[in-house]
Design a protein. Structure first.
Length: 456
């Protein structure tokens, strides 16, 4: 764990090695909180769940008694490569799969305990607009089984509130648990409304509150679902731990010189992430005589297609596909970058921009989605139109030929993230809504501009 990193209650820290992260009500940091919270996170811990783990650590550090539930374990390809993954998986209660007799017993127990609530769940499953899962419309009736399992866990653990980090099928499970136990739920909306399948308005309407991670998402919810009181929807931006994601003093931003300029990008290998556009832009710059080292971190279903495109463009010695990496490895890669590029065709927000900017790396993003809420184009980074390799090549060239501009942009990017997107700010929003207490102000204001050499 880097020096100066805050420790959570009952934790060994961010990269902690303790076998189970637990919260004790007699902990010195408990601060008298009596609310017990259950987090529901689908397929946790996946590679993209770093920001949720940050949120968990911060809220626990401030005294929130939080238990983690997940619909199921992620597949091996999607499982997080980060150092917290083993610890997170060890403490998570998985709702599925379960032995057949245990599942039947859970359903029977909840049906007998609250028959009215149980039949309300059946009615919900049969009448609710279907929710898509992995692009397919799937029946909701089978969700009664994990809902009954979660209801039993909620009763056993004395959970007072449930918070779902999904507005898809996990939200439906929370709606069922509310019918079975009376325990209220809340939601984090972290992607476009179309992403979550059907019945989004109903899911939000039945929640105690819903946090939207961008102003654009919040505005869309309030515009489309006017029957829902505005007081029950609010802004809560996710973010990056700027204490951890800080450039060490002994690793300054690379300057000019006779060398290959390095461009780093991070994301799932999916058409939306536009790695094809980055490669086409790189080909244009190579043809103009630039020597580039393009390093793409991530994996996914389009890898074979992207590798074929790399061969067709003759970029085998220019573009490297590094696969999924741990947080420490990603930090090390970004610290070596001249420029960070993530020009998705659409991006609701994008934690990867925050991470690169927090390290002082000049950052390129897309004008689509909510990235403009992070990057002030021309000041703290640059935005390009999605799907335009010619414009991307021009913008990259403007940075690669001006070390002073890269330095200024990197510094401005770091300031912007510290001020608006430190992970403690978003964590404070959910902490205060769930507990009714105020998050420690000193925790939100203590952001050093850099930390001394830390192993990445």
């Amino acid at each position: 764990m880097p020096r100066g990193e805050p420790r959570g209650i009952g934790f060994t820290g961010w990269a902690g090695a303790c076998p189970q992260a637990t919260f004790r009500r007699d902990s010195p940091g408990y601060a008298g909180l009596t609310m017990r919270i259950g987090y529901v996170i689908p397929e946790f811990p996946s590679q993209t769940h770093v920001w949720i783990w940050r949120e968990i650590l911060h809220t626990r550090e401030w005294g929130m008694d939080l238990r983690i539930f997940s619909t199921s374990k992620p597949g091996e390809k999607d499982r997080a490569r980060h150092s917290f993954a083993g610890e997170a998986e060890h403490e998570t209660t998985y709702l599925w799969p379960k032995p057949k007799l245990q599942a039947i017993g859970s359903v029977a127990a909840q049906a007998l305990r609250n028959p009215i609530g149980f039949f309300s769940c059946v009615k919900l499953a049969l009448t609710m607009e279907k929710t898509k899962n992995r692009g397919k419309v799937r029946p909701l009736l089978p969700l009664i089984v994990p809902a009954c399992i979660l209801a039993g866990e909620v009763r056993k653990a004395g959970i007072d509130r449930i918070h779902s980090h999904s507005v898809a099928r996990s939200a439906v499970i929370c709606m069922m648990v509310k019918r079975l136990t009376g325990v209220p739920y809340s939601l984090t909306l972290n992607a476009d409304l179309s992403w979550w399948g059907g019945a989004v308005e109903r899911k939000i309407a039945e929640s105690d509150f819903t946090i939207a991670i961008t102003q654009a998402l919040l505005d869309e919810v309030r515009e489309k679902f006017r029957a829902i009181p505005e007081s029950r929807t609010l802004l809560g931006r996710i973010g990056v731990d700027t204490k951890r994601w800080a450039r060490p003093i002994d690793r300054p931003l690379p300057g000019d010189g006779a060398r290959r300029m390095r461009i780093v990008s991070v994301g799932r290998m999916h058409h939306n992430k536009a790695f094809d556009v980055l490669m086409e832009a790189s080909k244009r710059l190579i043809d103009k005589g630039y020597e580039l080292d393009v390093r793409i971190i991530g994996d996914g279903g389009e890898r074979d297609k992207l590798e074929a495109m790399r061969r067709e463009l003759g970029l085998e010695n220019t573009v490297s596909f590094l696969g999924s990496m741990s947080e420490d490895q990603i930090i090390d890669e970004l610290l070596s970058a001249d420029v960070f590029s993530a020009v998705s065709r659409h991006e609701p927000l994008g934690v990867v921009y925050m991470e690169a900017m927090s390290l002082g790396v000049p950052t390129l993003g897309t004008t689509s989605g909510g990235v403009g809420e992070i990057i002030d184009s021309g000041e703290s980074g640059l935005l390009v139109e999605p799907g335009d390799p010619e414009e991307l090549a021009r913008v990259i060239e403007s940075l690669l030929t001006d070390a002073e501009r890269r330095r200024r942009m990197g510094e401005a990017g770091r300031r912007a993230i510290v001020e608006k997107f430190d992970s403690r700010i978003g964590a404070a929003t959910i902490f205060e809504k769930l507990t009714g207490e105020t998050a420690p102000r000193d925790a939100l204001n203590d952001h050093p501009p850099a930390q001394k050499a830390a192993s990445a």
